[in-house]
Write a protein that binds this ligand. Structure first.
Ligand code: ARG
Length: 470
């Protein structure tokens, strides 16, 4: 006589006499997390059941019952009426148990030639593939916002920094486009991860494949995978797809964090380069004058949470022998949280950029401080007086020291004082000392000159599929 599982007994409970302890259930259950894969789990089961019928492993009637039962399960999930039960551990057993309640015996045939080990990672690959698409489109939105603001500011001069010390004048358009470039690489990295992960683990079964005559190409195709994975052990063990997605996400979040840091600096009273809109600022409960850039600060912090999620998953995987082990259950929590956090950060950044006001006057004034055109003076000596650059650097250094001693900028020094260092200098030198002349002269490919920046704005407008001047 065979014991049938009774109500409330675990699906795997055949060989057990007692129920798991409550704490065992708490540490073991993942339904609160993996319920987010309900749609993927249903899609995977549909594809699997169709294949089982097509290959004659189950009957057509059983498949029809399974498919119509899964229709109902899908409706319940969509309507929010699906009864998620913690004692059923995870989404896979919740869906199967519900199917059993709905259609009876045929539900028990669905798990033929399948294991939760290939099932979970099939669902997870599908989920991650979708999440990558969303992250990439959020990043496109941010690129559009940055590009628009760059287009408005191709000729707005600001200080360019190295070591956060004034280095050379640059244009704000150029600065913003630097992020558009970074984000494009982030999008490409995510895309590469999506392409590599798009192979089907379904049919690997527990770890060794199955004796049933399954058709893995059929399920792979039905789920939009490029092909079935070639090694069943790899299929159930591999989490490098999630690691790759998280590492790409972590790099992208790092870029958001750098921009966030600049927004924090720029919106301070000391810089005064930018003002966040009311929508994206918060006040202080005690200091009435405050406009705090909280969203930028939060993005800065959350970027490290995402990196932490990548590192946590890597730690979970790095010492796992093949094949599946339960350590892998927490992969989803980490990945879901990282994508959620990232989506929020990308949208918040887009909102800030769309509505930030740049203080072009303050930026220009700051650009003119700190002897920012000293390189232009040295370049002039090289060009016009044929001085070796090293000598020109030295001469310029002496002129800067003089200006510093007088407490004035280079442009404000008299020709006479400059001539005490280099007697051949003429009035012409003043033509290179303004910040506009400096930025305007940097016309090398990739340079900050408004001419080059306008070209890049035009190129990006086409690349992002936007209309010019909108
Ligand atoms: N909930 C599990 C996970 O997320 C599903 C796989 C369970 N497999 C097993 N052999 N216990 O990893």
């Amino acid at each position: 006589m065979v014991d049938k599982p009774s109500q409330g007994q675990q699906m795997w409970g055949g060989r057990f006499a007692a129920q798991p302890s409550d704490i065992m259930q708490s540490i073991n259950a993942s339904i609160d997390i993996d319920r987010r894969m309900a749609l993927q789990d249903i899609a995977g089961s549909r594809a699997h059941a169709d294949m089982l019928a097509e290959t004659g492993i189950i009957s057509e009637e059983d498949n029809e019952a399974i498919q119509s039962g899964l229709d109902t399960v899908l409706e319940e999930v969509r309507a929010g009426t699906f009864p998620y039960r913690v004692e059923l551990e995870d989404i896979h057993m919740n869906v199967e148990a519900r199917l059993k309640e709905l259609i009876g015996e045929p539900a028990g045939r669905l798990h033929t030639a399948r294991s939760r080990n290939d099932q979970v990672v099939t669902d997870f690959r599908l989920w991650t593939r979708g999440a990558i698409m969303e992250a990439r489109s959020a990043l496109s939105g941010l690129q559009v916002a940055l590009l628009r603001r760059a287009g408005e500011n191709v000729d707005a001069v600001m200080p360019g920094f190295t070591h956060l010390q004034t280095a050379q004048p640059v244009t704000l358009g150029h600065h913003l486009l630097a992020y558009v470039e970074m984000i494009e690489r982030d999008r490409a990295r995510l895309h590469g991860a999506a392409i590599r992960m798009n192979e089907s683990p379904l049919g690997a079964a527990a770890l060794a494949g199955t004796g049933f005559p399954i058709d893995r190409d059929m399920t792979a195709e039905a789920l939009g995978f490029d092909r079935p994975m070639a090694n069943s052990l790899d299929a159930v063990s591999a989490r490098d797809f999630a690691l790759e997605a998280l590492s790409a996400l972590s790099i992208a979040a790092t870029h958001l964090s750098r921009l966030a840091e600049e927004i924090v600096l720029w919106s301070s009273a000391q810089f005064n380069f930018a003002r966040l809109s009311d929508e994206w600022s918060t006040g202080s409960s005690i200091m009435p004058q405050k406009r705090n850039p909280d969203a930028a600060e939060l993005i800065r912090a959350k970027a490290s949470l995402i990196t932490g999620q990548f590192v946590s998953l890597q730690g979970a995987v790095k010492a796992l022998p093949l094949a599946y082990a339960k350590d892998l259950q927490d992969d989803k929590r980490l990945t879901f949280e990282a994508f959620d956090t990232f989506g929020l950060c990308a949208q918040a950044m887009t909102g800030m950029i769309e509505t930030i006001t740049f203080n072009r006057k303050a930026m220009r004034a700051a650009a003119a401080k700190g002897f920012s055109t000293a390189t232009d003076l040295a370049d002039y000596l090289v060009r016009e007086m044929k001085m070796p650059f090293r000598d020109a650097h030295h001469v310029t250094g002496r002129i800067v020291a003089m200006a510093e001693a007088d407490g004035v900028e280079l442009e404000a020094l008299s020709l006479q004082s400059m001539q005490t260092v280099e007697p051949r200098l003429t009035d012409d030198i003043f033509s290179v000392l303004s910040v506009e002349a400096s930025a305007g002269s940097r016309q090398s490919y990739g340079g900050t000159s408004p001419v080059r920046v306008s070209e890049q704005v035009e190129l990006w407008t086409k690349r992002l599929g936007l209309e010019a001047n909108t």
